[in-house]
Ligand binder design. Structure first.
Ligand SMILES: Nc1ncnc2c1ncn2[C@@H]1O[C@H](COP(=O)(O)OP(=O)(O)OP(=O)(O)O)[C@@H](O)[C@H]1O
Ligand SMILES: [Mg+2]
Length: 422
């Protein structure tokens, strides 16, 4: 270990971590929309929906880390380029939201973006009304909504009971009408990570904000993981109002390769220098298979391995170094403080893409109640997560890091005459 803090990525000829797992942003970001790969049919389809007048409700779902947020952001980037209005930052849904929180945060996201725009597609009066809603020390001048002084991001504690959903909804409609009149286009609103809301909340919010989500001229995009999909299906009032559903699958191996190549090119220090890829060819396909194509998990594995192994010179990971490095990180960070039983549970779980409590307890011959408490414990330690539900059945998966335990070093070299022809 050295105690010199340096940017190890320079050793590879690039400015920063090319394996960052942050989503692609609508605007800005060092890893830009140009580095997005694939999904061209879905992009076209969604562009067509939000390009059609009237508004819509679109649901995008897929496994954790497949690229949902990036996908929607890339579509919104092109919507912006086509003159539609959309708050730059996706709206991150919070666990404790009620209906008013959702509308207020929508208004706040719109306000945040309007503030940045030199030319605002909205009248001064309306902008000031928004300002008075969110900025400290300003009082609403124009009557209507009198909820001044929330301060920047709308804070829950400051909520007053006098807030009326209908008032907020009317104000939202006014704003949208103005914006859409100015842009001659429509508005796109992106709610991200619906899975943080408890099932009951999702049900409550969608049943009570049905009219809000029908606002004409607005395309509402809801993003969630597989869990949310099960919930949504059980809320007919919501499901029947959706204009379209997008299920995002994992990218192909070649697409993942292209993502990484593009990132290295974007991040290269200068065209005068070489880029060094920190892994040999087979590493990527090994990780691709191990992570079943999940791009977030592939990037995270490469990032972890390279950061762990690099000190003073660039290292090129081969299959063996990759396995050794990631297994040692796994041991240090996740496994060392687990007792035998939970370890045994993990060892079985990691063999399956997903597995129910019942199947696990049958396989391991551990009573269901004991097993549940092991799983709770493993969940709190970030080793497993609830992937989806189907009726009463809960399907659990191990987090990607646990899958590193399945990496194997190459078999010992034997004389070539004994090797199977490949
Ligand atoms: N099609 C793509 N092209 C290029 N990069 C991608 C693509 N899809 C995903 N990525 C990258 O993979 C990572 C994960 O993507 P993203 O955060 O969008 O996934 P997500 O499904 O929204 O995850 P979560 O379930 O955690 O919300 C990000 O670093 C993103 O830049
Ligand atoms: Mg996301």
């Amino acid at each position: 270990m050295t105690n010199i803090i340096s940017n190890i990525w320079e050793l590879y000829g690039i400015k920063e971590n090319p394996f960052s797992t942050l989503p692609i942003l609508v605007i800005g970001g060092t890893i830009t929309v140009e580095s997005f790969v694939g999904r061209s049919d879905d992009i076209l389809k969604m562009r067509r929906i939000i390009g059609s007048k009237g508004g819509s409700r679109i649901f995008v779902y897929g496994d954790v880390g497949v690229g949902k947020t990036s996908f929607v952001n890339v579509v919104r980037h092109s919507a912006l380029e086509n003159g539609l209005f959309t708050p730059f930052k996706e709206i991150a849904v919070q666990e404790d939201w009620d209906t008013n929180d959702l509308i207020l945060n929508t208004l706040s996201a719109i306000f945040g973006t309007l503030k940045l725009l030199k030319e605002k597609p909205i009248s001064n009066a309306t902008f000031e009304k928004l300002e008075s809603l969110f900025e400290i020390g300003k009082i609403s001048r124009s009557g209507g909504i009198s909820i001044a002084g929330f301060g920047g991001e709308y804070a829950k504690e400051q909520k007053t009971d006098t807030l009326l959903t209908t008032n907020l909804h009317t104000f939202f409609q006014e704003i949208i009408t103005e914006i859409n009149d100015k842009t001659k286009k429509e508005t796109v609103i992106h709610y991200n990570n619906l899975e943080v809301l408890p099932e009951k909340k999702i049900r409550y919010i969608f049943e009570n904000l049905r009219d809000f989500f029908q606002t004409t001229g607005v395309h509402f995009i809801f993003v969630g993981n597989l869990m949310v999909f099960s919930t949504v299906q059980s809320i007919p009032r919501f499901a029947s109002n959706l204009s379209d559903i997008f299920h995002l699958e994992t990218l192909g191996l070649e697409e993942v390769e292209e993502v990484i190549r593009k990132r290295f090119n974007t991040l290269r220090i200068s065209s005068d220098y070489n880029i060094i890829f920190p892994y040999a060819d087979d590493c990527l396909s090994i990780l691709y298979d191990l992570m079943e194509g999940n791009i977030r998990n592939i990037l995270n594995s490469l990032s972890t391995a390279v950061l762990e192994i690099t000190t003073e010179r660039p290292i090129i990971l081969d299959r063996n170094k990759l396995a050794r490095t990631l297994k040692s990180v796994l041991e240090k960070k996740f496994l060392h403080n687990l007792t035998d039983r939970p370890k045994e549970v993990l060892k079985e779980m990691v063999k399956h893409k997903e597995i129910t409590n019942k199947a696990l307890s049958d396989k391991l011959k551990i009573p269901r109640s004991n097993l549940s408490s092991y799983i709770k414990d493993l969940e709190s330690k970030g080793c497993v997560y609830l992937r989806r539900k189907n009726g009463k059945d809960k399907f659990w998966s191990t987090s990607s890091n646990i899958k590193w335990s399945l990496l194997e070093e190459a078999p010992q070299q034997t004389l070539s005459i004994f090797r199977n022809p490949t």
